[in-house]
Design a protein around this ligand. Sequence first.
Ligand code: CAA
Length: 312
Amino acid sequence: MFLSRQGFSRLLSTNGSSVVRQSIVSSSALIGSHRNLLSTSSSSSRILKESYKNIIVETSPKGGNGKICVIKLNRPKALNALNDDLFSDLVHATKSIDNDENIRCLILMGSTSKAFAAGADISEMKNKTFEQVYKKDMFAEWQEISKLSSTPIIAAISGYCLGGGNELAMMCDIMVCTKNAKFGQPEINLGIIPGAGGTQRLTRIIGKSKSMYMSLTGDFMDANEAYTSGLVAKVYEDYDELIKESIQMANKIASKGPTSLRAAKEAINAADELSLQEGLRLERRLFHSMFATDDQKEGMTAFAEKRPANFK
Ligand code: CAA
């Protein structure tokens, strides 16, 4: 008996040093934990709502293989500015999707070609006081997106991807964009600084000098530079191609083994947090634990039998 996705999550929701100790827990015990998780998951917070006010959730997108989902940020008149209501919709929907074993990849995009998101909602922030934003720990909740551990997320960007929009995209696992995409951290023009990861994640991705340039001048980066800087993995012609190609990419990801996907996501994201030695050790432990999974059995058996793998 091998590990299910949630069972495996129990095994891996630990730092590298305790992975070994955890791994001696029998897989059947972990599968038991999984069932408990599912039985308590009937709470409404774990289930997608019929509809949301500020986002569109497509559970069967055209061209999808039944295992992927698309979320479109949908405040087009405000260029999808991220207000509290939108973000609370987004956190609810993404957590529900992350908790659904049948969804293996998620695409996050804007509902029109003009914007992924033009940042946090300035009109909502304008009159706030220090006490209010500090007590609320403003934007702390946004980090929930980066903590989703099961489902790989593709940020598919067309048009403006600014401030909190860029920070949200960087919380996802893969960024792709159209030729018209514009990336920026223009908070400096508002007399503030990025507050949801722009000084940290962007610096890790594109390096200090370019990150400083963007945050100190507020200038935008185009798609070509975003690609050569490693901010995005692919550049597509236009919004239609972005949707089509992102769905193809999501289908491909969703066809892989769910546990190996999860482990790869965890190991790569850990590279931002750990020293090289800690990261290499975590990678090895995760690699070792793959040998307790259906994914490894099926993947290697399929290779030996010269047939495509059929991951469950
Ligand atoms: N918040 C609230 N509303 C916004 C917005 C934002 N971040 N960005 C755009 N909008 C609104 C505009 O107010 C405008 O609304 P009205 O039609 O009601 O006036 C509508 O969206 C269309 O915007 P523009 O008319 O300005 O469109 P444009 O094509 O001329 O310019 C733009 C587009 C360059 C993106 C410009 O809108 C802009 O500079 N937006 C602000 C970008 C920004 O500063 N983002 C950072 C926000 S702070 C932040 O994100 C902090 C953080 O770290 C989380």
